[in-house]
Design a protein around this ligand. Structure first.
Ligand SMILES: *[C@@H]1O[C@H](CO)[C@@H](O)[C@H](O)[C@H]1NC(C)=O
Ligand SMILES: *[C@@H]1O[C@H](CO)[C@@H](O)[C@H](O)[C@H]1NC(C)=O
Ligand SMILES: *[C@@H]1O[C@H](CO)[C@@H](O)[C@H](O)[C@H]1NC(C)=O
Ligand SMILES: [Zn+2]
Length: 270
């Protein structure tokens, strides 16, 4: 925690979707242009060089995300899951295209993990999945970002496979994507319901580890919980997400406590 707080001053100025809308990065009045991307010199291999002060952890951190979730991170017994509660949004919620992802803001929810309560700040999507599970990647991943009063972040992730019918609210959100095709577009969704997602989360075990934001500044001390069982999105909805998100997944990082892969390359090139 101390380590996490010590980098807080560095967070200002970066529009990183992983913590957008949290107190670490309050939502700006207008959606600022993205300061990073997923290809070429703005992509993950070069995030450190975009700002070596702010993004130091991207190249030097040793608890980075995403990772391959192997059995060693699995808590198979669902009674070890944190408690999650996501409120229905009968009047819909704000849905924004940030250029680096699409994000729902203003929905209400809580997470209780290790006795600490955090509030839902936002949730957003990646295509393809950022985490793999036992080496297998999925077409999409959703990240529910929670923040506690002490400013610490917890993220609950679901990998998403293509199936016959979408878990709500995926289908409802997909139907709004044509209203936010470009960076800066915002809309209000139709009513959102999380009941099936919540039931799914409670029913299956989870992968848990301490990692980082998967976007610059790659800050560590983020408590990750990923449902062990994929949820589903129908093909048409998947296509809608993929076409708006394009490719927005960071590459798989080394296991926690292992050397940062970029640091390793820098060292061996000397
Ligand atoms: C790099 O990040 C630091 C710390 O957040 C900030 O003060 C500085 O303005 C940034 N530099 C550039 C060129 O954006
Ligand atoms: C979240 O809760 C606040 C306060 O009760 C309420 O004003 C807001 O409409 C809720 N958000 C949604 C998306 O329903
Ligand atoms: C999305 O934003 C662009 C650029 O600001 C604007 O030209 C376009 O009309 C917006 N599209 C929608 C559907 O609002
Ligand atoms: Zn994310």
């Amino acid at each position: 925690m101390a380590r996490f707080l010590s980098i807080l001053p560095l967070l200002a100025g970066a529009l990183a979707h992983e913590h957008h809308g949290t107190s670490l990065f309050p939502r700006a009045a207008a959606v600022a242009p993205p300061t990073f991307g997923y290809h070429g010199l703005t992509g993950p291999l070069n995030w450190f060089n975009l700002n070596q002060t702010a993004n130091e952890m991207c190249a030097k951190g040793t608890h980075q995300s995403p990772i391959d979730l192997s059995q060693s991170f699995l808590l198979a017994d669902a009674s070890s899951n944190p408690q999650i509660s996501l409120s229905a949004a009968p009047h819909g919620a704000e849905f924004i295209n940030l250029g680096t992802t699409v994000e729902v803001m203003g929905a209400n929810g809580t997470l209780v993990k290790n006795g600490k309560t955090s509030k839902l700040a936002q949730f957003h999507f990646h295509s393809p999945s950022e985490h793999s599970i036992n080496g297998v990647y999925y077409p999409l991943e959703v990240h529910f970002v929670f923040q506690a009063d002490d400013a610490s972040l917890s993220v609950v992730g679901f990998v998403i496979d293509i199936g016959g019918s979408s878990f709500e609210p995926l289908g409802t959100l997909a139907a709004s994507l044509d209203e936010i095709p470009q960076h800066g577009n915002e809309t209000i969704t139709k009513p959102l319901d999380f009941a099936r997602l919540e039931r799914h989360f409670k029913k299956f075990g989870t992968y848990q580890y301490s990692g980082s934001l998967t976007t610059p500044p790659c800050s560590e001390g983020v408590a990750w919980t990923v449902s062990a069982k994929p949820i589903a999105v129908d093909m048409r909805s998947f296509n809608a997400f993929r076409d708006v998100l394009k490719f927005n997944a960071r590459y798989t990082q080394n296991n926690p406590d292992g050397v940062n892969l970029l640091q390793n390359i820098a060292d061996t090139l000397h």
